[in-house]
Write a protein that binds this ligand. Structure first.
Ligand SMILES: Cc1cc2nc3c(=O)[nH]c(=O)nc-3n(C[C@H](O)[C@H](O)[C@H](O)COP(=O)(O)OP(=O)(O)OC[C@H]3O[C@@H](n4cnc5c(N)ncnc54)[C@H](O)[C@@H]3O)c2cc1C
Length: 276
C-alpha cells in the first residue's frame, strides 16, 4: 500500500521522533511505499489568510470558503497545499502522528487541515437534495482510503477511560477521527495511543514501539471504527439527526454515531423530514 505519514513534532530527537522512525522502518519492511510530511521541518504555514488564494483581488473581501472553492476549481491554490493534496490522493492510508497538546493536535497540524482541506476537496463536495446532504461522513473525495492517528499523551490510560477525569479518549479524538478524517470519506481505524509517556524509560519505549509495529502490521486488515454513514438512511434529512428508533430516548453523546448496535432493526429506507 501507499502510506502518507503527516508528522507534527518540533524536535526530531523526541519520543515522537523515535516512534516516527520506528514506524517508517516497519512500514518499509512491510513493503509499503511511504511519503512523509514533517510539518515543522517543512516550515508549514499553519494560518489561513489571503495569501492562500492567489486569484483573490487585492481589494476583495476574503470569504474563506468561497475563495477556497474558486481557487481549488481553478487549480490555483498555493503549491504547498497542492502538493499535500496530491500526496493524499496518492496514498491508500493517511497517518497523522502528534503529541496530545491541550486535548487535541498541535496548531501546526490543525493548520495543515485548515489549508489542505480546500472547498471542493475536503468539504463542499457532492449534491444537496432531499435525499442526500452532500458527500461527507463516509463519502467524499477520499472515500475508499484508510486513516489512523498515532498519538502520545502525558496522561494515564485510566484518566482517559470511560469514567476518567480527562474524558474518554474516543470522545476527545472524535472531532479528529469523525470530523476531520471520516468527513471527507476515510475509513478511520482505531487510534494508536501511547499513554503516560513523559517519564518513559527504555523498557517502556520498547513496549510502545513494539505495540506500534504490531498495529502497523494490520493496517490493511484492522476493522475501521463503525461510524454511521450520513447517506445510509440512519439520519433524517435535513436536520441530520439520528432517526429516533436507532437510539433510546434521551441518549446523547458521540457514541450515537457508531453503527455498532446490530442487530437493531434499521429502517434503511430513505426518510425525508417534513419541512417546517
Ligand atoms: C503544550 C502541551 C500541552 C499538553 N497537553 C496535554 C494534554 O492535553 N493531555 C495529555 O495527556 N498530555 C498533554 N501534554 C503532554 C504531552 O502529550 C507529552 O509531553 C507528549 O505526548 C510527549 O511526547 P514527546 O514526543 O514530546 O516526548 P519527549 O518529551 O520527547 O519524551 C518523553 C519521554 O520519552 C523518553 N524517550 C524519548 N525518546 C526515547 C527513545 N528513543 N528511547 C527511550 N525513551 C525515549 C524521554 O526520555 C522522555 O522520558 C502536553 C504537553 C505540552 C507541551
Amino acid at each position: 500500500m501507499k502510506v502518507l505519514l503527516v508528522y507534527a513534532h518540533p524536535e526530531p530527537r523526541s519520543l515522537n521522533g523515535a516512534l516516527r522512525d520506528e514506524a517508517l522502518k516497519e512500514l518499509e519492511a512491510l513493503g509499503h511505499e511511504v511519503q512523509m510530511s514533517d510539518l515543522y521541518a517543512m516550515g508549514w504555514k499553519s494560518e489561513v489568510d489571503r495569501a492562500d488564494f492567489p486569484p483573490l483581488a487585492p481589494d476583495a473581501q476574503l470569504m474563506v470558503a468561497q475563495a477556497s472553492s474558486e481557487a481549488f476549481a481553478a487549480g490555483a491554490l498555493t503549491e504547498d497545499v497542492k502538493a499535500e493534496q496530491e500526496k493524499m490522493l496518492w496514498a491508500d492510508v493517511l497517518i497523522l502522528q502528534f503529541p496530545l497538546w491541550w486535548f487535541s493536535m498541535p496548531a501546526i497540524l490543525k493548520g495543515w487541515v485548515d489549508r489542505v482541506y480546500a472547498y471542493g476537496f475536503g468539504y463542499g463536495v457532492g449534491e444537496h437534495s432531499d435525499q442526500r446532504w452532500g458527500d461527507r461522513y463516509g463519502e467524499g473525495v477520499l472515500a475508499g482510503k484508510r486513516a489512523m492517528l498515532i498519538v502520545t499523551a502525558g496522561g494515564w490510560e485510566e484518566h482517559y477511560s470511560d469514567r476518567g477525569i480527562n474524558g474518554p479518549i474516543d470522545d476527545l479524538l472524535f472531532p479528529i477521527n469523525h470530523g476531520i478524517l471520516y468527513y471527507p470519506g476515510y475509513d478511520v481505524l482505531p487510534p494508536f495511543v501511547a499513554y503516560k509517556v513523559d517519564r518513559l524509560d527504555q523498557r517502556g519505549f520498547d513496549e510502545v514501539a513494539s505495540r506500534l509495529r504490531k498495529r502497523l502490521q494490520t493496517l490493511a486488515t484492522t476493522s475501521p471504527i463503525p461510524y454511521r454513514r450520513q447517506n445510509g438512511g440512519d439520519y433524517l434529512i435535513p436536520s441530520m439527526r439520528l432517526r429516533p428508533e436507532l437510539a433510546p430516548p434521551g441518549a446523547t453523546g458521540f457514541a450515537l454515531h457508531l453503527d455498532s448496535q446490530e442487530p437493531i432493526a434499521k429502517a434503511r429506507h430513505k426518510c425525508v423530514e417534513p419541512a417546517e
